[in-house]
Design a protein around this ligand. Structure first.
Ligand SMILES: [Zn+2]
Length: 387
């Protein structure tokens, strides 16, 4: 691979013929049409947050370094941005008055409203550009290692860069397209944003059973994403038909795994809804995000729900009551010790030597309240728990 450092290209040169596509969220072209800012393997523009884009412009105004920018020479007088796309798009959007930056008096200023000398500072700022020429594979391998700009590429963005074209192109059109009307529905079950490839990542994770890298490399030259799309739709349709009500704790669960495990089992959505609502209303269910897996599994695995333990006030109050009764009857304050004719049958245990026990197990409907609490010596509590 051949690299050449260029130091004479200025902001003005780059912004000549700058085109930004608001709909796709992409900076498209610059450098009088010679530069493609958003090649296929690049992520969408994510600096438009009023902070990172502003920081780029403030850096220029203060003369701070913007960092290296990498171009790939793809043909004579044709370049693609390999790294620096976010910075270039920020610059281009600022110079074309797409956003404003506060000046030293705290006033929002668009580029067009800046005094001429400040405009000149920006336009005449040279950029440090590495121009690279080489085979696609070596450039992509290298791209995987540089990863130097402000926001590091996340895993999926990196994979998109490595396995670009044509599978990724089609997959991104479906799963990373903020205009896709399905995104709102998906957002109920999947965390993240389309822009940062997080829906695509989930879709690939599900269809590949966690082997995204392998799946992408096997399908990269295919001109169809039918399998990916069908599988993803099956999972989403399954979740939304089994669980009628959308709860916020459903977002981000391992739906792919749950689908694999349970989609062949029949569920009555009405019954499921009743069970879920019952568990949601139960203040002893500590962690609601496990409710769905618990219901899918036929409500067997109560450990999933992390039932709340008895609090100290309850334990103390139950302990005092048991100790008083035990002393009047001359028996142990552990009811199990009291019925066994061994050395401990009259023993009064200290609070620290006892544990709280559910008289009726939670799985059989027993609550975690004072009426269902009994203090047992640690040995008997353990023995009962093991049954
Ligand atoms: Zn005991």
């Amino acid at each position: 691979m051949k690299t050449t450092l260029k130091t004479t290209i200025t902001v003005k040169d780059i912004c000549e013929g700058f085109v930004y596509n608001e709909l796709e969220g992409k900076g498209l072209f610059g450098l009088s049409g010679k530069l493609t800012i958003q090649p296929e393997y690049q992520r969408n523009y994510i600096y438009a947050d009023g902070k990172k884009d502003v920081a780029v412009i403030e850096s220029i105004l203060k003369g701070y370094p913007l960092g290296l920018i990498y171009f790939v020479k793809v043909a004579e007088e044709k370049y693609e941005v390999l790294d620096g796309q976010q910075r270039i798009t920020s610059i281009g959007r600022y110079v074309t008055d797409k956003f404003a930056v506060k000046d030293e008096h705290g006033m929002e200023q668009h580029f067009g409203s800046l005094p001429a000398d400040k405009q000149r500072i920006i336009l005449e700022t040279p950029l440090l550009i590495y121009e690279c020429e080489g085979e696609e594979s070596e450039i992509k391998e290298w791209f995987k290692t540089i990863n130097i700009s402000g926001v590091p590429l996340n895993n999926q963005e990196l994979l998109n860069a490595i396995y670009s074209w044509p599978f990724v192109t089609l997959a991104k059109e479906e799963f990373s397209n903020t205009q896709n009307a399905n995104i709102q529905k998906w957002s109920a079950y999947i965390k993240g944003s389309a822009n940062r490839q997080e829906f695509l990542e989930r879709a690939l994770d599900w269809v590949s059973k966690g082997k995204i890298d392998d799946y992408m490399s096997r399908h990269r030259y295919e001109h169809t994403i039918a399998e990916l799309k069908t599988y993803f739709t099956s999972v989403i349709d399954w979740v939304s038909s089994v669980f009628r009500d959308v709860e916020k704790e459903m977002c981000g669960l391992e739906w792919g795994k749950l689908y694999e495990q349970y989609h062949k089992k029949a569920f009555d959505p009405l019954q499921v809804s009743i069970e879920v609502q019952k568990l949601y209303a139960d203040s002893y269910v500590k962690n609601r995000k496990w409710v769905f897996e618990y219901v899918l599994g036929g409500m067997q695995d109560t450990k999933l729900l992390e039932v709340r333990i008895f609090d100290d006030a309850t334990k103390m109050s139950v302990y005092k009551k048991q100790a008083q009764e035990a002393e009047t009857k001359w028996v142990s304050n552990c009811s199990y010790c009291a019925v066994w004719h061994d050395a401990n049958k009259n023993k009064i245990w200290k609070l620290a030597e006892m544990d709280a026990d559910h008289v009726t197990a939670w799985s059989k409907g027993g609550g975690t309240d004072i009426s269902n609490c009994e203090m047992l010596c640690k040995t008997h509590n353990r023995a009962k728990g093991n049954k």
